[in-house]
Design a protein around this ligand. Structure first.
Ligand code: ZN
Length: 137
């Protein structure tokens, strides 16, 4: 298993449009994609920063994972996503090492990536995501 870099940082926001304006007008970044991920009940906006993305997440349903997160903790950093090579194998490795998985097998996330979450109970409080771009070469 190899983690190559931080693929993205997921940030929960209340209002996607307002937040995009902050990242564009104040920070000078450019939103290059907006995508709804029905499966996770979110609308996402992406910014590229080197090889790391910032993923803003607005809930489309108060009962969805981001809706609940904001209800409990307010806006802020939600998860850290690592790019991995061989996501299935990596998840098996994690399980062997006793890490609790939210997704035992990968599912489809934004941008067509295969993604899976590790439980924050097993990672010292950080919700971690593994992701792999299988469309790439
Ligand atoms: Zn993510």
């Amino acid at each position: 298993m190899k983690l190559s870099h931080i693929e993205h940082i997921g940030i929960a926001v209340k209002n996607l449009e307002e937040s995009i304006r902050f990242y564009e007008d104040v920070l000078g970044l450019e939103c290059y994609a907006i995508e709804e991920v029905k499966d996770q009940k979110v609308k996402t906006a992406f910014f590229m920063l080197g090889q790391t993305k910032i993923e803003l997440l607005e809930s489309t349903d108060p009962e969805g994972p981001i809706g609940k997160f904001i209800e409990k903790k307010g806006q802020g950093v939600h998860h850290l996503a690592f790019a991995v090579e061989g996501i299935e194998k990596s998840l098996e490795k994690m399980q062997e090492k006793g890490v609790q998985l939210i997704d035992k097998t990968p599912r489809k996330g934004a941008e067509g990536l295969d993604i899976a979450f590790l439980h924050p109970k097993s990672t010292n409080g950080v919700l971690m995501e593994f992701c792999e771009n299988k469309n790439k070469s």
